[in-house]
Design a protein around this ligand. Structure first.
Ligand SMILES: C[S@@+](CC[C@H](N)C(=O)[O-])C[C@H]1O[C@@H](n2cnc3c(N)ncnc32)[C@H](O)[C@@H]1O
Length: 410
């Protein structure tokens, strides 16, 4: 499945495939293993890295500004419902740190953010030293670097703000591939894990989906909460069935299915999306029990019955400010909201009251570029060493190597 938003600043259409499934005759969804997984993960990273920062004016002029505000409201509600003062938070696929303010408002005590797209890195890797000049694999981007600058309160495209009240760590890596329980052994356990608008990127293979859930489960304390948002497979498949061809959308989005989806009526219909019932069953295997799942429309309906969240909606402005600003989501934006769901899972077990939440001495109140931890998967590490050997740098510790390579990447 490919999808896109029509935004002047975006790099155009993009389409990292979501999960790929076949339904067997019993109607159970099964993963299809895909050799291109690494390429897809890189495409995702490249896509987010390539997106340019917007000024406040550009952001406000976006045709989906109200949708963005609505999504921020949904994330804020989830955070306000489940994060408590002093909590240690793990933000998987944290992006440019768009949720930092929300976590600050919840007065959390510690924050670890991880994202695959890293701007401090510009590494040229090659499949072999020989091929390094012909087939470079470039890992570069701006996402984590933006997050670092935002956390530090540096002037960014929005505004300079006061410092955040919690220490933080940032990690660049593929959180659906790397064993985070090893990387974060000294930071765990976390009280809350969040994965906003990104969990579906883990569903390209069963191994990655399992790694994602194993990471969440291993790092959450018993009773800890996992909150997230992702595309709603039920809605997308329903829309595909109603569509004339393999593509549907409106003035602000489109979704296109690949040719192999052509025979829509067949039981044997591969999907690039996450069937939630499979997600739920898999999560249970990792001791994560469903608290709720709600389509965004239902979510808005329910939480707009609570005065505190109505007030939050007014402040965020998704539906205007209720006074002079009467602007609100267009019907087309509201239709896009319908394509997403919000979920909450809880790690099985009783919280151990006596246990100190987590060791926060790893976090800092100001992060330098060198503080960003880079976690690379084994094949990439091997390729870096291979590359370095060819240039006589084999003895360097990996971190230094990566920085050196950054110069080559420039
Ligand atoms: C739609 S953005 C959401 C960012 C942020 N969670 C938010 O809600 O603003 C998706 C993010 O997922 C990140 N991402 C995708 N695949 C990832 C992976 N395998 N590991 C870590 N981050 C990933 C992208 O780099 C991007 O920043």
């Amino acid at each position: 499945m490919k999808r896109g938003y029509q935004e002047s600043s975006s790099s155009g259409s993009f389409g990292p495939p979501h999960s790929k499934f076949k339904y067997n005759p019993e109607g159970d969804a099964q993963f299809l293993e895909d050799d291109n997984t690494k390429i897809f993960a890189k495409k995702v990273a490249d896509h987010y890295s390539a997106r340019t920062n917007q000024t406040l004016e550009e952001r406000e002029a976006s045709p989906i500004i109200h949708l963005k505000k609505l999504n921020n409201w949904i994330k804020s509600v989830l955070i306000q419902l489940y994060a408590k003062r002093g909590d240690a938070v793990l933000d998987l696929a944290c992006g440019k740190g768009g949720d930092l303010i929300k976590w600050d408002k919840a007065r959390i005590g510690y924050y670890v953010g991880i994202d695959i797209a890293d701007g401090s890195l510009c590494v040229v890797l090659a499949p072999s030293p020989k091929k390094c000049m012909q087939e470079p694999l470039v890992i570069c981007g701006v996402v984590i670097e933006d997050c670092r600058r935002r956390y530090n309160g540096d002037a960014d495209h929005h505004q300079r703000r006061k410092k955040f009240s919690f220490p933080a760590r940032l990690i660049c890596g593929d959180c659906f591939e790397v064993r985070l329980d090893k990387v974060l052994a000294e930071d765990a356990p976390f009280d809350v894990c969040s994965c906003q608008f990104a969990m579906h990127y883990s569903w390209s293979t069963e191994a990655r989906a399992r790694r994602a859930l194993a990471n969440v489960s291993a790092l959450l304390r018993p009773g800890g909460i996992f909150i997230g948002t992702m595309p709603d497979a039920n809605v997308i498949v329903k829309k595909l069935r109603e569509a004339e061809g393999l593509q549907f959308g409106n003035s602000v989005y489109w979704i296109r299915f690949d040719e192999e989806f052509e025979n829509k009526d067949a039981v044997d219909c591969p999907e690039w999306i996450v069937p939630f019932h499979v997600f739920k069953t898999l999560a249970e295997e990792y001791g994560l029990e469903l608290v709720f799942v709600k389509n965004s429309h239902v979510f808005v309906d329910e939480y707009m019955k609570k005065p505190e969240f109505v007030e939050l909606m007014r402040r965020l402005g998704a539906l205007g400010d209720g006074k002079e600003d009467q602007s609100t989501l267009s019907p087309d934006e509201w239709e896009v909201a319908y394509l997403y769901l919000a979920f909450v899972l809880r790690k099985r077990g009783q919280p151990d009251q006596a246990r100190i939440s987590s060791k926060r001495d790893k976090g800092k109140m100001n992060l330098s570029k060198e503080d960003i931890i880079i976690t690379l998967t084994l094949p990439v590490q091997i390729r870096i060493r291979y590359f370095l050997a060819a240039y006589g740098h084999a003895d360097h510790p990996l971190g230094v190597c990566v920085l050196n390579l950054g110069i080559i990447g420039d």
